[in-house]
Design a binder for this molecule. Structure first.
Ligand code: ADP
Ligand code: MG
Length: 324
């Protein structure tokens, strides 16, 4: 499909230069930040567009209004149309049949799945396993695609990837080449990396984006009641960037989150995930992980739009995350 072909183009194929007020320079800045089609601009906020392009918020609002007209984003769809769209949703295996079953077949594309639990509950192990599985063939629950990991706690271990790949019968070195890792040094860096993920997805066939951990930087940087609003606002923007990635690239988003071990001054419940409603509303699937005896982990599905609550038991061994 040619970008310059103007005949019979649909709204999403129109170039962003077609928008009034978007010249070459602005278009370039928009593309660099992942706003590379009419639809992503139509759903942006004037503040975000103004930040990435340097144009005034009023001008950004006019561009967004024009994009909305072109993209027809206000359309309602009938249930059967939505069902059809849902058919493009793919599912990524966790490596455990019982955990896959709990999730209705695996982690869904076009959604965010959050794993939360205390330190050592197996969140990072599951993220490694998902990255390995993503590179695997489709008949084994994979996508035969690359994975991106935003590592905020410096817990990515290529040695673990190799062990897990070997167990699944994949070439360990080839598997490592398909997993792209960036270390995030603070929350702003983390947000920037999520924006840049769009660029990586143009170079590689990325079907999984992991943020491990989603909240640790936010939690340590924004301490005290006075900074709560700012923290939640930034987390909200970050979650929406992730959601946008998941829909634009039909990708799985997997994030980890801690529970506050001691009563949090914001969210008093000692087993509640960090980030409160902001994270809760954006995540489609939430799984609470806890340790059990002999390397076992209990995963509990919470708040799913269409699946019953329930539990699955998995184990973490040298081979990775597997059924008991
Ligand atoms: P977190 O939820 O804090 O991210 P992790 O995913 O890092 O927790 O889990 C760490 C735990 O995973 C370890 O305590 C250990 O039980 C298990 N684990 C890690 N590596 C291995 C391994 N090579 N073999 C067996 N178990 C492992
Ligand atoms: Mg971890």
């Amino acid at each position: 499909m040619s970008e310059d072909d103007n005949s019979g183009q649909t709204e999403d194929e129109r170039r962003i230069e077609d928008l009034p007020g978007v010249g070459e320079v602005t278009a370039e800045k928009l593309r660099e930040s992942g706003y590379d089609n009419i639809l992503t601009i139509a759903v942006a906020s004037p503040k975000d567009l103004s930040e990435v392009t340097g144009i005034a918020e009023g001008a950004a609002a006019r561009i967004i209004a024009a994009a909305r007209k072109m993209a027809d984003v206000g359309k309602f769809e009938t249930g059967d149309e939505i069902l059809k769209k849902r058919e493009s949703v793919l599912k990524l295996t966790t490596g455990s049949k019982s955990l896959d079953d709990l999730l209705g077949g695996g982690l869904e594309t076009q959604a965010i799945t959050e794993f939360f639990g205390e330190f050592g509950s197996g969140k990072t192990q599951i993220m490694h396993q998902l990255a390995v599985n993503c590179t695997g063939p489709e008949d084994q629950g994979g996508f035969d695609a690359d994975a991106l990991i935003i590592d905020t706690e410096n817990t990515f271990r290529p040695e673990r990837i190799k062990q897990m790949a070997l167990h699944r019968g994949f070439d360990p070195d080839e598997t490592l080449k398909r997993i792209h890792v960036a270390r995030a040094y603070n929350s702003h860096h983390q947000i920037l990396l999520a924006e840049r993920a769009m660029d990586e997805a143009k170079k590689y066939n990325i079907k999984l984006l992991i943020v491990d951990s989603l909240t640790s930087h936010f939690r340590s940087e924004y301490v005290g009641r006075g900074s709560l609003a700012e923290r939640q606002q930034l987390l909200n923007k970050h979650m929406h960037d992730l959601l946008r990635f998941s829909t634009v690239y039909n990708a799985v988003i997997a994030v980890t989150n801690q529970v506050s071990a001691r009563p949090d001054i914001f969210f008093g419940d000692p087993t509640s995930p960090i980030g409160g409603n902001i994270v809760g509303h954006a995540a489609t699937f939430r799984i609470y992980l806890r340790k059990s005896k002999a390397g076992k982990r209990i995963a509990r599905l919470i708040d799913s739009p269409s699946l019953p609550e329930g539990e699955a038991v998995v184990q973490v061994t040298e081979d990775g995350v597997t059924d008991i």
